[in-house]
Design a protein around this ligand. Sequence first.
Ligand SMILES: Cc1ncc(COP(=O)(O)O)c(C=O)c1O
Length: 406
Amino acid sequence: MQSKDLVQLAEQFGNPLYVYDAEKIQSQYNRLSKAFSKVNKLRINYAMKALSNVAILQLLKEMGSGLDTVSIQEVLLGLHAGYEPEKIFYTPNGVSLEEIEEVNAMGVQINIDNLSILEQFGTKYPNVPVCIRINPHVMAGGNANISVGHIDSKFGISVHQLPHLVRIVENTKMNIVGIHMHTGSDILDIEVFLYAAEILFDAAKNFKNLEFLDFGSGFKVPYRKDDIETDIEELGKKLSKRFNAFCTEYGKELTLIFEPGKFLVSEAGFFLAKVNVVKQTTSTVFAGIDSGFNHLIRPMFYGSQHHIENISHPKGKERFYSVVGYICETDTFANNRKIAEIKEGDILSFRNAGAYCFSMASNYNSRYKPAEVLWMNGEGHLIRAHETFEDLLKNQIPLPVAMATV
Ligand SMILES: Cc1ncc(COP(=O)(O)O)c(C=O)c1O
């Protein structure tokens, strides 16, 4: 999609605004499928935490995708979007046994990531097919917050605890049908995936009834023009060969699963915001926009770099700006960023706004969450309305008048 389309959408739907390009999501899905076309049974489970709008879930369902979910609420959204329960995987961390039981009753594939719950669940439900999340102890990921497969991480069951895990499985006679791992996000080096895969293959040999191996996700996507990304095609070639060899060794054709979030939706997203004020100080020029980290928290949270363009005046002379939000504490989207000269009223577009952007948005400072639009077949479709004052009041219960006046 082009900048002029984004400008038109900002005029049509107002701003701030999230826009998602359906074609980009579809082409990423096809690219991943193609890279692993040598594997007979491939399954892609979209990690919906990245962007959980029901219309996006429907779009990916049409492509044949399954879902990776981490909470009972995500499971409910997936079912609401029309996914069959068996197309949904549930990979929670630190949730109660009660929540896992509730999800299990919905017929969704359960993935367990600690020994305590595994033992309790296996004792109660020995016949339910269960997947186990292994922690392979691999340090990988773009930053500490998104590196989740290392030895100090709270995720998964340590590979070093395999003897204990196997004992629980034998004692409870539970049915282990899958092994899973996910080592982090923003992993560039395919050797990391291949190395971790070997650990998963080794772990898999301990279980006789496997139907699938789930390699999680963590593919790095480009954030700028000419930025580097995980070489999916090369990974596809190498991992498919190794996976097929493992299946022969194991004596059964297993399903290979990935659960990408960022890879499918990051680049498809644009966040549009209007410049309220251009403020020259002694040290910098601030461009203050009609948004803040309440709408897009990744730069403040992870230090992530979203490429920013002035789509109202893209041809202007480039100048250096600090792009900031309206939240009443430090709220910086970018420092010393070269952007085509900005005038008050211009629309800025933030790239890579598909993954972990709207889904992490909040009402901090009592601001409304923005609308979301899906760009499909050359047209913008509203897929979430801009919030209103009623949304802020919803669920709030004022004190009765008598108490309020005491
Ligand atoms: C278990 C699990 N699977 C998949 C993902 C998706 O990762 P990514 O967005 O890097 O593809 C995550 C992200 O946090 C995750 O925790």
